[in-house]
Design a binder for this molecule. Structure first.
Ligand code: BG6
Length: 436
C-alpha cells in the first residue's frame, strides 16, 4: 500500500509553507507510485534543507517534454547523476531521451542489474547505451560492491603481511562462498521465475566475492587499475562446467504467484569454479546460494591444507582444517578457526577466534548509501565495468546453455543432497558461521 512513514511525526514540528508543500509532494509520489516515502527527521532545519533540494517531475518516458521538464528542474547542475530504478528494457529509451535533451554531456547514469540475461544481451545493452553516453559515465550497480565485508576482504589481504603470503595454492585447499537466505521468493515470483539463482546473485554478487578474494593487488589505488585487476582475475577463471553445477528448487516454490506451475527455475545453485593462474591453480572455488535455506548468512571461507600429523600428539578426533572466514551478511566479522590444545579434551581440537566489526568501530553504511554517494562523487571503482560484466557471463554461459535438472529440497534445510556431493573429495561444506 502507498505509505508515508513519518518518524516522530515531523510535520507536527514544521509549520513552514515549504515543508507542507514538500509533504504534499511526497504524499503524491507515494500514492501515484505505490511506494513508501520514509522521512525520518523532526529537526526543522534538516527537513527544510532536504525540502529545498527536492523537486518532483512526472511524465511519460517516451515523450520529449518529460526530459525538457527534467532539464528545467536540474537547471544549473554541473554533474547530474541519473539513477534509473526502472526495468532494463527501458534503459535505452530513457538514456536516449536524456541525451537528446542535452542532459548527459557531463552527467552520470546509474543503472541496476540485470545487465542482460546472457553475454550476448549484455553486449547489446551496452552497445545501445554507448550510442548516447561513454562507458565512463555509466555506473552499473552491483550492491555487493557497497558491502563493508567485500571491501574488508581486500584490506585483509593487502594490508596484512602475515596473510598475503599464505593466500594461495601453497596453503589453501579450497575456497567456499556461501550466500544462504532463509526467506523465499515470496512476492517476487514474476521477477524471479525467468531469472533464477544463477542469474540473480551468482553471475554478479558472488562473482564480486570471487574477484575480491582471488584478484592480485592493483598496481595503484586508481579506479581503472582496480577494475583491471578484477577483470584480469575473471579472465583467468575457466568456463564453468555443468558437470560441477547443482540446481535445486524448494518445495512450495511452484505455488508462488507469478511462477510457472511447471517451472524448472533454480532457487538453489551450487557450483565449482577453477582459476587458472599461478596463485590458484588446483584450488577449487565452491559457491552455493539458495532461498528458504536454514539461515540467512553470507560468507567467504578459506579452507587451509591439513597440518601433517607427525605424531607429536595423538589425535582422537579428525582435525578440522584451519579456516579463515569473512562474514559479509547479515553482519560483518572475521573468524579464524585453528586447532588448539584445550584442557577438556585430549589432543587438540578446533577453537574459533572471532571478531565482530559491530564491536570494533561499528558497521559501515549500507550498500546503497555507499553506492549512491560514490556515484555522486564519481568513484567508479564501486561499479562494474562492461568488460567485467561480459567476462562474468562468459564464465557462466556453459551453465546457462546446458543446465542440469533441478533437485527438489525441503525448506529450512541446506538444500539438495546433490549440493553436498559437489564438494566430495574436498571435505564438506564448512559453516556457515552463524551470527549470534
Ligand atoms: C538481490 C537479489 O540482488 O540481492 C535478491 O535480487 C537477494 O534475490 C539480494 O535476496 C540479497 O542481497 P542482500 O544484500 O540483501 O543480502
Amino acid at each position: 500500500d502507498p505509505r508515508i512513514i513519518l518518524a516522530d511525526e515531523p510535520t507536527a514540528a514544521l509549520d513552514s509553507e515549504r515543508a507542507g508543500t514538500v509533504m504534499d509532494l511526497l504524499r503524491k509520489v507515494a500514492e501515484e507510485h505505490r511506494s513508501a516515502v520514509i522521512v525520518v527527521t523532526h529537526d526543522e532545519k534538516i527537513f527544510d534543507r532536504l525540502a529545498s533540494r527536492l523537486s518532483y517531475v512526472n511524465g511519460d518516458f517516451s515523450e520529449d517534454a518529460t526530459y525538457e521538464r527534467v532539464g528545467e528542474a536540474i537547471d544549473g547542475a554541473t554533474t547530474p547523476v541519473f539513477y534509473l530504478e526502472i526495468p532494463p528494457f527501458l534503459f535505452g529509451g530513457v538514456v536516449k531521451g536524456l541525451a537528446e535533451a542535452g542532459l548527459t554531456a557531463t552527467g552520470r547514469i546509474v543503472v541496476e542489474k540485470p545487465f542482460g540475461h546472457d553475454g550476448e544481451s549484455a553486449t547489446a545493452l551496452a552497445d545501445e547505451l554507448h550510442q548516447y553516453i561513454d562507458e565512463s559515465q555509466l555506473y552499473r550497480i552491483d550492491h555487493y560492491l557497497g558491502k563493508m565485508g567485500l571491501e574488508e576482504i581486500l584490506h585483509l589481504r593487502f594490508a596484512n603481511s602475515m596473510l598475503e603470503p599464505i593466500w594461495g595454492r601453497d596453503h589453501i585447499a579450497s575456497v567456499e562462498i556461501t550466500m544462504a537466505e532463509s526467506f523465499g521468493v515470496e512476492d517476487r515470483g514474476h521477477f524471479y521465475d525467468p531469472v533464477g539463482a544463477l542469474r540473480d546473485v551468482v553471475v554478479n554478487h558472488l562473482m564480486q566475492v570471487v574477484a575480491a578474494s582471488a584478484m592480485e593487488i592493483p598496481s595503484r589505488n586508481e579506479p581503472s587499475m582496480i577494475k583491471d585487476a578484477e577483470v584480469s582475475l575473471f579472465h583467468a577463471v575457466a568456463d564453468a562446467d555443468p558437470a560441477h553445477y547443482v540446481r535445486g528448487q524448494y518445495d512450495g516454490y511452484l505455488d508462488i504467484d507469478g511462477v510457472d506451475p511447471k517451472s524448472t527455475t533454480e532457487t538453489y545453485a551450487a557450483l565449482r569454479l577453477d582459476i587458472e593462474n599461478w596463485r590458484w591453480a588446483g584450488v577449487p572455488f565452491f559457491i552455493r546460494t539458495g532461498k528458504r535455506l536454514k539461515a540467512t548468512q553470507t560468507e567467504l571461507r578459506l579452507v587451509f591444507k591439513h597440518a601433517p600429523n607427525l605424531g607429536f600428539k595423538a589425535r582422537h578426533t579428525p582435525p578440522e582444517p584451519n579456516q579463515l572466514v569473512v562474514r559479509l551478511d547479515p553482519s560483518t566479522g572475521i573468524r579464524l578457526t585453528i586447532d588448539a590444545h584445550r584442557a577438556d579434551v585430549p589432543g587438540t581440537s578446533a577453537i574459533n577466534l572471532d571478531m565482530e566489526f559491530s564491536e570494533e568501530g561499528g558497521e559501515g553504511p549500507t550498500p546503497y548509501e555507499v553506492l549512491l554517494h560514490a556515484a555522486m562523487i564519481g568513484q567508479s571503482t564501486r561499479f562494474t565495468r562492461q568488460d567485467g560484466v561480459e567476462e562474468q557471463w562468459r564464465i557462466m554461459q556453459p551453465l546457462l546453455d546446458a543446465p542440469p535438472p533441478v533437485h527438489r529440497y525441503a525448506p529450512d534445510t541446506w538444500g539438495p543432497e546433490a549440493g553436498d556431493k559437489l564438494v566430495e573429495g574436498h571435505g564438506r561444506w564448512h559453516g556457515p558461521w552463524l551470527a549470534q
